[in-house]
Every structure is written in structure tokens, then in C-alpha cells.
Design a protein around this ligand. Structure first.
Ligand code: IPE
Ligand code: IPE
Ligand code: MG
Length: 244
């Protein structure tokens, strides 16, 4: 551990310290952010989507390799129709914008979630990203849309059962290959703004050994400084993975 610290390098933004390879963020608190300003909840989602762009750029610049963000859960359909459609429209807008820049900026964009329930234009954009991803290497952003950890696990189990050879057994690595996150290393650090201390069905399998950073600050207010704080805290953790 000591040696590791002495080997710490400065990252691309000049920050000292170890940068997690994979950061995951539960982008929570948009509604309360809007309420505090006397604005409709949908205004909070616009601010939140804009902040996603800012924080994703920052993560890329400091050398994070994978960023996974929770944008819409399988449970979020319970919300009012106009709130859901605003979120879907925002996702479409930002996805389209990201698609235009993926190749130029070397960003892989992967959607985690059941896209069969998404509006058609959004599902089509997801198909476009799949195509571009074949040609892109570099920073990978996973956007979780209509994503639920339990739903992901059930779908993986079903697919494995369908495709398995007679008599084959299942192990952890094989199973992980059936999840949306196939091929992506597990998140090191999960950040949850918004004050809640729960997982809300996010990356249940993948975050078995993640470090969780909770902050009361609301997602649209989260800045580069907050990400630095979370990483600094992460850097102070001793990860044992069940060892001593
Ligand atoms: C997160 O913000 C965005 C989604 C869940 C889609 P919320 O909309 O949950 O904001 P709060 O928690 O009500 O403040
Ligand atoms: C989690 O936030 C989902 C997203 C941020 C997309 P929620 O606001 O849906 O979580 P709960 O309902 O407070 O657990
Ligand atoms: Mg919430």
C-alpha cells in the first residue's frame, strides 16, 4: 500500500492521487433541485442532463476509463407521464449530441437497460451507437436507461438458460458475460448525490465490492470539485475484497 502511494502520479488535470478506473453515479436529486427554485421538476431534469455533459467531460479528462450513470430506472415509469416524456426527450437530445461527437472525441457510448420499452426514436439512436462503438476505442460511458439491477440479472439468467449447452454449469465470470456490463470491469467507486443512502436497484451484481460515496448535494449542483472530493475519499479507503 505504502509503495503504491509513493508511485502516485499526477493525472491529466494535474490532480494528485489515484483515479478509479470505473466510476458509477446515481444522478439523483433533480426534482428537489427544481423545487428549491420554485421550478417544475422537469427543469431539474434539464439541469441534470446538462450537468451530465460537464461531469462526463471531467471524468474523461482526469483519466477515468469507464463512467456509468443511472439516468432512468425500471421503477421510474411510476412517475407522471409528462415527467417521463420530458426525461425521454432529454435523453434523446443528449444521445444525439453525443453520437455526433463520439468518433471525433474517442468516446464509446453504451446503453445499459431494456431498450424494448423505450420510445422508438430513442431505441433507434441506441442502435446507431452500437454501430459506431465498433469503430471507437477510448473512454466508455454507460448510460443506464430503463435499467434495473434485478431485471438485468433475470434477463441474463434467462438468456444463459436459453443458450447453454446441455450439462454446462454456470460460474461467476460466465454469468457476468450475460449482463449489460459484459466486458466492463466492476465499478470501483459509486457516487450518490441527493442525500439518500440506498442503491435503488443500481448495478446490484457489479457493485458487490464498490466503495460507496454519498453526498447531500443534489445532482445538478455536483461539480468537478465534488468528484475530486469523492475520489480523494476513495483514495483513502483500504479495499480488502474479503481478505485482511
Ligand atoms: C433523478 O432525480 C432523476 C431520475 C430518477 C430520473 P429525481 O427526479 O429522482 O429527483 P428527486 O429525488 O425527486 O429530487
Ligand atoms: C434512482 O433515483 C434512479 C436514478 C437516479 C435514475 P430514484 O429517485 O428513482 O430513487 P429512489 O426512488 O429515491 O430510491
Ligand atoms: Mg430521486
Amino acid at each position: 500500500m505504502k509503495l503504491f502511494h509513493r508511485l502516485k502520479k499526477q493525472d491529466m488535470a494535474g490532480r494528485a492521487g489515484r483515479v478509479p478506473r470505473h466510476i458509477a453515479i446515481i444522478m439523483d436529486g433533480n426534482g428537489r433541485w427544481a423545487k428549491r427554485r420554485g421550478l417544475p421538476r422537469t427543469a431539474g431534469h434539464s439541469a441534470g442532463a446538462e450537468n451530465f455533459r460537464r461531469i462526463a467531460t471531467y471524468c474523461k479528462n482526469i483519466g477515468v476509463k469507464y463512467l456509468t450513470v443511472y439516468a432512468f430506472s425500471t421503477e421510474n415509469w411510476k412517475r407522471a407521464e409528462d415527467e417521463v416524456s420530458t426525461i425521454m426527450n432529454l435523453l434523446g437530445k443528449y444521445l444525439l449530441e453525443a453520437i455526433e461527437k463520439m468518433e471525433r472525441d474517442g468516446i464509446k457510448l453504451v446503453i445499459f437497460g431494456d431498450i424494448t420499452r423505450l420510445p422508438r426514436n430513442l431505441a433507434e439512436l441506441v442502435d446507431v451507437t452500437r454501430d459506431i462503438n465498433k469503430r471507437v476505442e477510448g473512454f466508455q460511458v454507460n448510460v443506464c436507461i430503463n435499467y434495473g439491477g434485478r431485471d438485468e440479472i433475470i434477463k441474463a439468467a434467462e438468456r444463459w438458460a436459453r443458450e447453454k449447452r446441455p450439462g454446462s454449469t454456470l460460474d461467476e465470470d460466465t454469468f457476468a458475460g450475460y449482463l449489460y456490463s459484459a466486458g466492463v470491469p466492476d465499478p470501483d467507486l459509486v457516487i450518490r448525490p441527493g442525500g439518500e443512502k440506498r442503491i435503488s436497484n443500481f448495478l446490484l451484481w457489479q457493485s458487490a465490492y464498490a466503495e460507496y460515496y454519498f453526498t447531500d448535494r443534489l445532482w445538478p449542483d455536483i461539480t468537478e470539485k465534488d468528484i475530486d472530493r469523492a475520489i480523494e475519499w476513495f483514495d483513502s479507503r483500504e479495499r480488502r475484497f474479503g481478505g485482511i
